[in-house]
Design a protein around this ligand. Structure first.
Ligand SMILES: Cc1cc2nc3c(=O)[nH]c(=O)nc-3n(C[C@H](O)[C@H](O)[C@H](O)COP(=O)(O)OP(=O)(O)OC[C@H]3O[C@@H](n4cnc5c(N)ncnc54)[C@H](O)[C@@H]3O)c2cc1C
Length: 359
């Protein structure tokens, strides 16, 4: 989020410094699976769906722009997402989900078991059906982080890596910069994009919701030839095949603070879920496993927007869908910094506590 906002702010004419306690893209953004799941990941119609759908629509051009600026290809793949129902109850859930998506005019194909298995023969014989979302795509998040860092460097952004922000600097009702362990950095605009660590910055005003870490573990295996082409998305987890034969299996959702351990229990759960959907993965070769900390919010919605202090902006709390929401977030922050109203309704994501109109 930090590098993406930096990119759009540099393009708007700002001089930008990125203060990063580690390396840009070292944390959650490098741990993600990279599903652009505007449909597969969203549970109902509303402003959050619209934010996700709008960001998804930006991705193809975003990938091309990043390749031009950084020479890094983010492996944008448009083979779609197959949301699989494993039993009749999940089948009813899938049917209900297809209904609201079709009402909204989104692209959904409702498939029975044989149609789904024709599309992806690796699927278990015991599935009951699937929804196919042709417009949900995927990228490689590590390459996305590399491309963003390259693009920002190309446009003259200054990286101060290993620099931990400890507090916000304010004057009256205005944010005027931040303090790090090495000194003060004054700025006209401050964008908080600290992922799961965002709430640790001292001096921030009260927010609509806390942002806290929610761990997720992923296993990477390899299959040659590739075992499937489309993302297989179940209600307990997902399988993400890359074109080169890498396959990601994810993910757990664990509330255990800033602990990024990969655990045997986590590996077992993720493997069990993946093999239930695609038993042929049992013979795939294990490559590596990792875990990352999603920036989770109490209401599942990002903390995105301006205020409550002048000059202060938030681009955090994107929880399970921060890769998907990268381009729209950066655009919204750049619009707000320049005093322009974003094209979308972002009121539900406001950083400050929502004021009850009745009170
Ligand atoms: C297992 C897993 C799978 C996921 N899969 C997907 C997916 O398929 N699709 C999708 O869209 N999303 C996915 N996500 C979610 C996505 O990864 C996150 O929503 C997104 O990466 C958040 O980006 P961010 O920039 O806010 O956080 P981060 O990438 O964590 O970046 C925050 C940065 O801020 C730095 N920082 C923090 N505090 C300070 C400080 N005080 N001073 C200086 N620097 C600081 C950190 O070092 C870090 O580099 C997944 C996440 C996980 C963990």
């Amino acid at each position: 989020m930090g590098t993406a906002c930096a990119l759009r702010l540099l393009q708007a004419g700002y001089a930008v410094t990125l203060l990063e306690k580690s390396l840009p893209g070292a944390e959650s953004s490098a741990a993600a699976a990279g599903i652009l799941g505007a449909q597969s990941e969203v549970s109902s119609a509303g402003p959050f769906l619209e934010l996700c759908v709008a960001s998804r629509a930006l991705f193809r051009d975003f990938a091309a722009e990043l390749r031009d600026l950084s020479r890094v290809d983010i492996s944008y793949e448009d083979s779609g997402v197959l949301e699989v129902a494993l039993d009749p109850a999940e089948g009813r859930l899938a049917a209900g989900r297809a209904e609201w998506m079709l009402d909204r005019g989104l692209n959904v194909e409702i498939l029975d078991r044989d149609e789904a298995r024709k599309l992806e023969p690796a699927l278990s014989e015991s599935i009951v059906g699937a929804n196919f979302y042709a417009d949900d795509h995927q990228v490689d998040p590590i390459r996305l982080a590399q491309a963003l860092a390259g693009a920002v460097a190309h446009l003259g952004g200054v990286f101060l890596s290993g620099e931990r922000v400890v507090s916000l600097l304010t004057e009256g009702e205005r944010a005027v910069g931040v303090r790090t362990q090495n000194g003060d950095h004054l700025a006209e605009v401050v964008v908080v994009a600290g992922g799961a660590w965002s709430a640790q910055i001292a001096g921030l005003p009260p927010l609509r919701t806390q942002v806290k870490p929610m761990a997720g573990q992923i296993i990477q295996v390899e299959t040659r030839p590739p075992v499937c082409q489309r993302v297989i998305y179940g209600y307990k987890g997902y399988i993400v095949p890359r074109a080169d034969g890498r396959v990601l299996m994810g993910s757990t959702l664990e509330d255990r603070g800033f602990d990024k351990a990969v655990t045997t229990e986590g590996l077992q759960r993720v493997t069990g879920m993946a093999l239930e959907m695609a038993p042929g993965l049992a013979k795939s070769r294990f490559v590596q496993a990792w875990s990352g900390l999603r920036p989770a919010t109490a209401d599942g919605q990002p903390v995105l927007g301006a205020g409550p202090l002048d000059g202060l902006f938030f681009a955090t709390g994107h929880y399970r869908n921060g890769i998907l929401m990268t381009p729209i977030t950066a655009q919204i922050i750049a619009d707000l910094a320049q005093g322009r109203a974003p094209a979308l309704d972002i009121a539900p994501f406001a950083p400050q506590p929502l004021v009850d109109a009745e009170s």
